[in-house]
Design a protein around this ligand. Structure first.
Ligand code: UDX
Length: 443
């Protein structure tokens, strides 16, 4: 085995999805030698060519730079990732998918398979790091699984190191985190984990027990979802009373105990984390004997927030049968091509259920949208999207929609109706231009 300089670690990351790929690239960026493993041969072939399987700002350049520097590698086989080019990985990060099941629980079977294979290939003390979002006690299950398949009794620990990165700013979030949570079961494990993150200058480390670390992730995401649903509920009261939700949010947020972030009212949260984590946390709490009703209400408010859009359109157009609705933006938020759990999916389905024709356009997620939203017209650009439509609905606040020539939009529409689900436009300006304009919690 080749000797490495002490302050850099040999790391293997299993799963080159969002979390795994960004984590791998960024751990290489701070100087470690990282091998990313993924069972999908097409994905690995793309990555080897420098082509990113996801749209994420800054990711490609970090990947290319570190591949060139000989710190970042890709392979299909876990065994190869754990013993790459004669170097043994001292830390193995698990970042495989944990998709939701129908009952809201997380499907952890991919983690179990990976744990078995790690167990079969360990040759010396190894830290297995759980990075996928998982319910509390998953590390315990990984520990039991590895123990069962670890026929040579190689020493190991299972740590929890939850990831908090946001899509669109994932590279920055990883390299400049508010905190790094390290759930470590032993001093030896803590030593390895601290060594890995020491290279990330200035990152505040919080070392905890394993279960607390696991819970921090679910509790954080559920709390942020709660903030969004709270402000969306406040927006409803604003609409009924004549108050302005943006002013209310500002006034609330200036209190440092509350903070400004995640108080932007709109048509609800989507994406692969919030809806899934909320469900999984609710499900887990119930299984453990606590009925976390608040989380269910947060979800219900989010469902209503999506339907707000449909109700506004009905209030303007009455019957939707045969009418045409233009959806500007389809991704769950700007700066991502991710369509998973995007509010646009449910909104488009509801428009269609009510008999409307739907036209949609998204600057980046259009291709991904085609596989999840069926039977709508995908437009060439925003103007094509609104052409001949009875009304326009702003679904995702992409910067390019803020720069549209609104006079041209008005001219393309059949009726001058604009429903703004993300409070992107200025109400007074839109009315001045001649739009019948509605936004969330504003007048
Ligand atoms: C989130 C968490 O922020 C991140 O820490 C975790 O690791 C993964 O989940 P992400 O899903 O990328 O990240 O998106 P985020 O920027 O947090 O937004 C989530 C959703 O909430 C989006 O649909 C967004 O439009 C919505 N949102 C966010 C609001 O409606 N209002 C807000 O004030 C903030």
């Amino acid at each position: 085995m080749k000797k490495e300089k002490n302050d850099k670690a040999n790391i293997c990351i299993i799963g080159a999805g969002y979390v795994g790929l960004v984590s791998g690239a960024c751990l290489a960026e701070i100087g470690h030698r990282v091998v990313c493993v993924d069972s999908d041969p097409k994905k690995i072939a793309m990555l080897k060519k420098g082509v990113m399987p996801i749209y994420e700002d800054g990711l490609q350049s970090v990947v290319k730079k570190n591949v060139k520097a000989g710190r970042l590698f890709f392979t299909n086989a876990i065994k190869d990732g754990m013993h790459h080019d004669g170097r043994r990985a001292e830390a193995i990060f698990i970042a495989v998918g944990t998709p939701p099941r129908d009952d809201g629980s997380a499907d952890l079977s991919a983690i179990e398979k990976v744990a078995e294979e790690i167990a079969r290939n360990m040759s010396d003390y190894t830290v297995i790091v759980e990075k996928s979002t998982v319910p509390v006690e998953t590390c315990e299950w990984i520990y039991k699984t590895v123990t069962r398949h670890n026929k040579k009794h190689i020493p190991f620990d299972v740590a929890s190191n939850p990831e908090f990165l946001r899509e669109g700013t994932a590279v920055r979030d990883f390299l400049k985190p508010d905190r790094v949570v390290l759930g470590c079961p032993s001093r030896q494990c803590e030593h390895v984990m601290r060594k890995i993150y020491k290279a990330m200058k200035g990152a505040p480390l919080l070392v905890t027990d394993v279960k607390s670390a696991e819970l921090i992730k679910h509790a954080s995401n559920s709390f942020l979802s709660t903030k969004i649903s709270f402000i969306n509920a406040v927006a409803q009261v604003c609409e009924k009373t004549g108050a302005d939700v943006e002013m209310v949010a500002k006034g609330m947020g200036m209190d440092k105990r509350i903070g400004m972030s995640f108080l932007k009212a709109g048509i609800g949260f989507g994406g692969f984390c919030f809806p899934k984590d909320l469900e999984a946390f609710y499900w887990l709490s119930r299984r453990k004997g606590y009925n976390f009703e608040l989380l269910k209400t947060v979800k219900d408010i989010n469902e209503q927030a999506k339907l707000w859009m449909v109700k506004q359109v009905q209030d303007e157009l009455w019957n939707l049968e045969g009418k045409t609705v233009a959806m500007l933006g389809l991704a769950f938020k700007p700066e991502t091509d991710d369509m998973r759990f995007a509010p646009s999916i449910d909104i488009a389905a509801e428009f269609k259920r009510l008999g409307a024709n739907v036209r949609g356009y998204d600057p980046v997620s259009q291709e991904n949208a085609k596989s999840v939203i069926k039977n709508i017209y995908f437009a060439k650009d925003a103007y094509d999207c609104v052409a001949g439509a009875d009304c326009a609905c702003l679904i995702t606040e992409w910067a390019e929609f803020g720069r549209l020539n609104m006079k041209k939009v008005l001219a393309h529409l059949k009726h001058p109706i604009l429903i703004d689900g993300r409070n992107l436009y200025n109400p007074a300006k839109m009315r001045e231009l001649g739009f019948t304009y509605k936004s969330v919690g504003r007048h």
